[in-house]
Design a protein around this ligand. Structure first.
Ligand code: WT7
Length: 633
């Protein structure tokens, strides 16, 4: 495979070259892609002016790189092995030639429905092949996809559709998820009552459930696809044209639509996939993420497709019909590369050893972890019970904003270190800074993780709000991208990510801002004030605790309030943001200027009562004891 890093020595050489001769390095890498026209400049712009560009002047279409070039060389190579939710339903596979046909049909449907280059198309679907085809079809005609995870609420969907001014929404009638049926079309209808900019809704019939279709607005995707031509020329895109927008939570405000570009993102998704996973021609790769998250974008829709891999796509959930489902799928397809999240590993471990013991798993060669720090216990179980002690585990640290993996070992190439992401990939220049922004040069060190030079896969802006992009990521430490994570670096330069240092929680690998949840809680008539924090949880990694000051008139019991709040949160955000616990308290610890001391609330929630630090300077230090008493009881 061209330019794949095959040894630790080569990693060192490539890394050094990427730092010292950046433009030559990326020119060498970019050579292996299909361009309609090559670049004029490899890279320009900087973090101060926040005008970063990569491969400027180049023309391309990412889907030619994902599909056409593989179809030319090897049309019958399997691309997608689709495993339905119900194991007794027929599985379906698609070769690269078949995926190209499906994508072309879908692209023609989009064009015929009036979608043009630059228009935003919103997907609210389950993990059916048509979601992947639709995403690539959108890219093929130069439109911009924005995928919304099918577990989000109508409100959350509406917010995203409105923010990116989507012209079209594509959804299922309903989705199968384990033993549940999710009414995606009904939720879409509810969402669209609030935003009338959407002209058309395409509905993919998956369950055949009873739904209503709005005349003139809603159309059956299946019917349109059946009639569409399977040829569609890819639209020529500029390197810096937007490819997609994906929403993620931050510490303040509404979710942010991170915008990624055609060329830089393509090169990043492709290179990182190739080097980190080391997938070979006959291998079977499986990433368990949903395409609604960035992992599903970079390491399903794009990375594996750009590299011509064969991959499994799974519609269902790990615990249905029982907790052996993942391992059965690994055996069924002889999966060699398996990429999942620590929360899934912990949840499956907790279901009991009998679910793994029946599985063979001898096809596995490489395991991956993503989404949150993997604790040593989960790492050991993954290594021993799933990898049988013989599979390198790649611990891949990255973010929606980074477009692809930033810090990770390379499978079988650079050393695996338990619970460590280890070393930066070529092109990535991480630095640790202290709270004053001073760069910590010596090893070992612990500090806030920043990146101090542009890389091809970085998001270029927050859709519609460049100033917010600057404020959020580039203002804390001027001249640097601040990740929001803390990290330790050992004496050999290996990184271990310790978790978020801002007001972002990581619930089962999903990012939720404390402010988002507080905004919902504050709407409850009995709530005077609320503060939300994350605290350690065995399976979710982190769970949500809300400290609540209830109004004097409030007659609801704590149980009732808890239930009410979770209903509201499910409706406004989605079930992933539900509270684990509430503490009703007469007061919250505040500084003299009236700021809630979340640091203390976090420590109390984690039951680290002896690590509260000095509380005497608080406006109301006595509150801390009261809260501790409540948490203990
Ligand atoms: C946040 C980004 C990256 C795709 C999935 C999540 C945490 C991610 C790791 C890892 C420790 C990790 C960080 C990061 N995170 N991977 N290997 N080790 N922490 O993407 O929703 O944008 O969340 O996930 O805290 O900032 P995201």
């Amino acid at each position: 495979m061209q330019n794949r890093i095959e040894s630790a020595e080569q990693y060192k050489d490539f890394y050094a070259k990427s730092m010292q001769e950046q433009n030559d390095y990326w020119a060498m890498i970019a050579e292996s892609f299909t361009w309609k026209k090559k670049w004029d400049h490899i890279q320009s712009g900087n973090f101060e002016d926040l005008n970063v560009k990569w491969f400027e002047g180049a023309k391309l279409n990412i889907t030619e790189n994902c599909l056409d070039r593989h179809v030319q060389n090897n049309p019958d190579k399997l691309a997608i092995l689709w495993e339905p939710n119900d194991p007794s339903e027929q599985a379906i596979s698609f070769t690269y030639a078949e995926v190209l046909e499906q994508v072309n049909k879908f692209a023609n449907v989009l064009k015929d429905s009036g979608v043009k280059k630059g228009d935003r198309v919103c997907f609210y679907m389950s993990m059916v092949p048509e979601l992947l085809f639709g995403v690539l079809a959108t890219a093929r005609i130069g439109a911009v996809h924005s995928v919304v995870f099918g577990g989000f609420s109508a409100k959350a969907l509406a917010g995203r559709v409105k923010d990116c001014q989507a012209k079209m929404v594509i959804t299922n009638d309903e989705a199968y998820r384990g033993d549940k049926v999710i009414p995606l079309k009904n939720i879409t209808d509810e969402a669209l009552n609030e935003c009338r900019i959407v002209e058309k809704v395409l509905v993919f019939q998956r369950t055949g459930g009873d739904i209503s279709m709005k005349q003139g607005r809603d159309f059956w995707l299946n019917e349109l696809l059946a009639d569409a031509s399977n040829e569609c020329e890819p639209v020529e895109m500029d390197a810096e044209d937007p490819l997609f927008i994906l929403y993620t939570s931050g510490s303040t405000g509404t979710p942010k639509g991170l915008q990624h570009t055609c060329a830089g993102y393509m090169v990043w998704a492709s290179e990182t996939y190739k080097n980190v996973f080391q997938v070979n021609d006959k291998d079977i790769y499986w990433c368990t993420a949903d395409i609604g998250w960035i992992t599903g974008h970079s390491y399903m829709s794009y990375g594996p497709m750009l590299n011509g891999s064969t991959q499994v796509m799974f519609e269902g959930v790990p615990t249905w019909p029982d907790a052996s489902r993942f391992w059965q799928i690994c055996d069924k397809y002889k999966v060699t590369h398996f990429y999942t999240a620590p929360t899934a590993i912990r949840a499956l471990e907790a279901c009991g050893p009998e679910h793994v013991e029946g599985a063979d798993l001898s096809s596995l060669k490489v395991l991956g972890s993503v989404g949150e720090p993997i604790n040593e216990e989960a790492w050991n179980w993954y290594n021993e019970k799933i990898g049988k002690g013989k599979c390198p585990i790649v611990d891949t640290w990255w973010q929606t904003e980074t477009g692809g993996i930033m810090i990770s070992n390379l499978a079988g190439v650079t050393p695996t270190i338990k619970s460590h992401a280890t070393l930066p990939l070529p092109g990535v220049s991480p630095v640790l800074v202290d709270s004053d922004g001073k760069v910590l040069k010596d090893n070992p060190a612990e500090g806030n993780l920043c990146i101090d030079r542009p890389w091809p896969g970085m998001a270029r802006t927050i859709y519609g709000d460049h100033e917010r992009y600057r404020q959020t990521y580039f203002s804390t430490y001027p001249g640097k991208y601040f990740t929001g994570d803390g990290a330790r670096r050992d004496k050999s330069g290996n990184y271990r990510i310790t978790g978020r240092v801002d007001d972002v929680m990581n619930i089962s690998g999903h990012r939720i801002g404390t402010a988002e949840v507080e905004d919902v809680i504050d709407e409850h008539p009995c709530v005077v004030e609320a503060a939300v924090v994350g605290f350690p949880h065995n399976i979710k990694g982190e769970a949500i605790m809300a400290y609540i000051i209830a109004s004097r008139e409030s007659k609801s019991s704590e149980e009732q309030l808890f239930e009410d709040l979770n209903k509201m949160i499910t409706k406004e955000i989605g079930p992933i943001a539900k509270l684990e616990k509430i503490i009703v308290t007469p007061d919250l610890p505040k500084t003299r200027s009236g700021k809630i001391m979340r640091r203390i609330l976090r420590k109390v929630a984690a039951k680290e009562f002896d690590q509260l630090g000095d509380v005497s300077t608080l406006l109301n230090p006595e509150t801390v004891d009261e809260i501790i008493k409540k948490v203990k009881s």
